[in-house]
Design a protein around this ligand. Sequence first.
Ligand code: UP5
Ligand code: MG
Length: 190
Amino acid sequence: FKERNPFITFVLGGPGSGKGTQCQKIVETFGFKHLSAGELLRREIDSNSEHWSQMLNTIKEGRIVPSEVTVRLIQQEMESSDSNKFLIDGFPRTEENRIAFEQLIGLEPNVVLFFDCPEEEMVKRVLNRNQGRVDDNIDTVKKRLKVFEILNLPVIDYYSKRGKLRKINAVGTEDEIFEKVRPIFSACGY
Ligand code: UP5
Ligand code: MG
């Protein structure tokens, strides 16, 4: 897979910051393959795969599923895709996730997007979503925010220091935010 020299974008941001929404727009405009780590895990749970009940509990508590599970799902999706440019949405959540990806896949992201959004706006968006997600309730959202701050901010910091981070103010309409995303990919030649 490494030999295919894929273009990898990690898409980070707190719960409800708009990762999935903006990924959809990037797909429409630039034709990337979108892989949401959370979606892949929810799909595993729905298909009653091995350890589904532990995974469901982990998500209900807003905690992080073991790296090897998530990396394996992402790897399968990338390897079976015809695309060679990927948006990996909501991953890596922790330094351990990041290191597991680097070691198992042997690649680093080309670009890391970070949707920076105030907490009260994220809470409002998540609670308004109404798509039946087991983690879209006030108790779990508070836990997700805490986990984001403690475990994901260090990952964001890491990529910032490596000059890979593109921080985007995630307040505004979906289209306004996408106009800040667009030039990042245009500049990459897409
Ligand atoms: N919305 C979007 N943009 C808006 C805007 N500009 N103005 C107003 N409203 C806007 O958006 C959220 C809601 O806001 C939507 O209703 C949307 O219409 C609206 P969305 O684009 O869905 O935001 P997103 O950032 O994708 O929010 P999401 O809730 O998906 O983020 P999380 O990071 O919390 O969820 P994820 O699915 O990535 O992970 C879920 C759980 O899985 C984690 O908590 C964790 O337990 C587990 N997980 C792992 O263990 N490991 C992983 O690697 C990944 C996940
Ligand atoms: Mg999402």
